[in-house]
Every structure is written in C-alpha cells, then in structure tokens.
Ligand binder design. Structure first.
Ligand code: ADP
Ligand code: MG
Length: 337
C-alpha cells in the first residue's frame, strides 16, 4: 500500500531528493522499476532527456486508487515506521522522487497491476492533475517526463549540452545493466537502440553487449577470495589500455562505487606493464562483509569507506596480478542461438 509517511518518520529521512538533470530522473525511475520487481526495463531519451524521458517496466504496477498518492511528497510503499529505516532492502524509501519529478516537468504515467483489468493514465503538470483516464495497457508502469524545468527556467540553464546529458544517462544505464545482469535492460537514445542486455545473468555477455563497441581484444577474467573479500571481474590485456579511467567500473556488494582504494590496487597490478597516464579497463565486482564497510558517507552512496583499506588494495593488486600472469584471455563470446 502506498501511504504518506507520518511526519516524525519523514523528518528522520536525510536531505530531500534533488532533481537537477535528466540523469537524476532516469536514476529515480529505474530504481523504482527495480524495486517494483521488473524483469525488463526500457529507458528512452531524446536530445539528452531535456524534453523527453521514458522509462517502461513490467513490474508490479500501481493500483488505480493509489496513483495520485504515489505523487504526494513522502508517499511510499517501501517503509512505514522509523524502525524500518534501519533495514532498508529497496533502492528507494524517501517517497519523494515522483513528487519532485512531477513538480518540475509534465509527467505522464500509465500503470496497471496484474490483478486489474484496466490500467490508469494520469498526466500531471507542475504537481496538478491535468488528465486522468482508464486505459488498456500491459501490466507494469510507463512514466514519460516531458519538458524538464519548463516552469523553472533558471534550473534549465544549468543543464549541459544534449550530448553531455545523454552521455551521463547512458553511462548510468550501462552501469546499472552490469549490476543487475538478470534484468533485461534496453537503452534508446534519439530513436536508436544503443544496447539491449539478454537478462540471463551472464555478466561477461552483458559487458560485451553494453561496451563491445569500445572493447578490443578479449578481457581477462579475475576470480579471487581472501578473508571476507570475494572478487570477480574482467580486466584488459595491457595492450588494450585507455587514456582515462572511464572504463574502470567497480561494484561493491552490488552498488556502483567510486573507490581510490580499488583504483590504487589496479594501478599497482599494472605498474610495470603500462606507461604513465594509461589505464587498464576493469570491471570489478567485489563482495565484502557489510560490517567491513561504511556506505553512509555521501547521499549519492557512490562513496564508500573500507575499514581496512590497505588490505583491500593489496587484495586487488594480488588478484589482478595473478590473472594477468595467467593471461588466460577469453575469446569473444558469440551469441548462441
Ligand atoms: P520511493 O521509491 O522512495 O518509495 P517514489 O516517489 O519514487 O518513492 O515512488 C512512490 C511510490 O510509488 C513507491 O513507493 C511505489 O509504491 C510507487 N512506484 C513508483 N514507481 C513505480 C513503478 N515503476 N512500479 C510500481 N510502483 C511504483
Ligand atoms: Mg523511488
């Protein structure tokens, strides 16, 4: 059930959601789709998403009599009591995203639960309802966000070029595709399908699907375990280095993170193999006991702190080193039909 949180619970939730650019909207909508149990998610943007963003999922949908509630501030189905804040298992819980998005755009939602015969279509402009009707549609939810910041021109100016905004969105959707290999995720920009992951849980296939254009030779698999750390991933042959770290993507316990500690381990592993200013490609998935880690550093949750940083750096260095020495590069996987 979607309900508005009591004030004393709402007050305990840190800092409000800020919608500052298309990326923020795509992130919130995709996280909602994942929380809704979707198996398939399609993200479409036009011109960087400034005038058009659409996210479609096949998740649980919203019941007709709860659609308006979902757009109220602090309305959520994910938590009820202050105590729930201690054990959050969903990506969202603040109940602010839909309200914040609707306040700064023309938002349309089409949604249907599995139990209902007809779905609901609602158009909200700057927080007031412009249209509502019953509609035939498949189970799941589609949200279209048009004319971002049409009513707050000052914020419109802070957005980057269309190309800048689209690359931020595409980067996010690429990363989330790797974090959730069991979901089928499609990315469409200006009418072109950029990628569509198979959703079969195969990370390597997902990496090739999402990044193949930019990956050269086969990647080298990494697999290692020590103490409370477990590492899986793929790294490049030294011959395939890049001029930036953009293709070093790290997941810690399923979350995309920025980590100097991991970067350092990678650099040390390749120290005698690459020139200064060249960086290997690395997709690393690290699992660590949650109590060895603090994720509560920054509201965007991309920053983390390991309790024993040197141990992690050394573990990464050693594991990558071993993989490099074994040099067992895997050949390009051909789609099996
Ligand atoms: P939160 O995700 O923090 O709960 P949101 O404002 O993002 O808050 O969403 C409000 C509520 O609307 C959610 O708790 C959920 O019940 C419902 N909702 C939002 N998006 C979807 C979706 N794609 N599918 C099903 N329900 C959704
Ligand atoms: Mg949400």
């Amino acid at each position: 059930m979607i309900h508005v949180l009591e004030k004393e619970v709402a007050d305990k939730i840190a800092a409000g959601e800020v919608i500052e650019r298309p990326l923020s909207i795509v992130k919130e909508l995709v996280e909602n789709s994942i929380d809704a149990g979707a198996r398939s998610i399609t993200v479409e943007i036009k011109k960087g998403g400034k005038n058009y963003i659409r996210v479609t999922d096949d998740g649980c949908g919203i019941k007709s009599d709860e659609v308006e509630i979902a757009f109220l501030r602090h309305a959520t189905s994910k938590i009820s009591r202050a105590k729930d804040l201690e054990s959050i298992e969903t990506l969202g819980f603040r109940g602010e995203a839909l309200a914040s998005i609707a306040a700064v755009s023309r938002t349309e939602i089409i949604t249907k639960t599995a139990e209902e015969k007809a779905g609901t279509r609602l158009v909200i402009e700057g927080s007031s309802i412009a249209e509502r009707e019953a509609t035939g549609c498949p189970g799941g939810t589609t949200i279209v966000v048009r004319d971002l910041f049409y009513n707050t021109p000052a914020r419109r100016k802070f957005m980057k070029s269309d190309a800048g905004e689209s690359s931020a969105v595409i980067e996010f959707v690429s990363q989330i595709s790797l974090a959730y290999p069991h979901l089928r995720i499609r990315m469409i920009s200006n009418g072109n399908m950029l990628f569509s992951t198979p959703g079969k849980g195969d990370r390597y296939k997902n990496i090739l699907t999402v990044f193949s254009r930019e990956l050269g030779d086969g990647l080298i698999p990494v697999q290692a375990e020590e103490g409370n750390l477990r590492l899986e991933g793929y790294i490049s042959n030294p011959g395939e280095s890049r001029a930036t770290r953009k293709q070093q993507i790290f997941f810690v316990n399923g979350r995309v993170v920025d980590s100097k500690v991991i970067q350092k381990g990678i650099s040390q592993a390749y120290a005698d193999k690459l020139f200064e200013g060249r960086f290997p490609i690395a997709f690393l998935f690290l699992a660590i006991r949650p109590d060895s880690l603090d994720v509560n550093i920054h509201p965007n949750k991309r920053e983390i702190r390991f309790n024993d940083e040197d141990f992690v750096t050394e573990f990464i260095r050693k594991s990558l080193r071993e993989a490099l020495l074994s040099k067992e590069s895997i050949p390009e996987v051909k789609e099996k039909m």
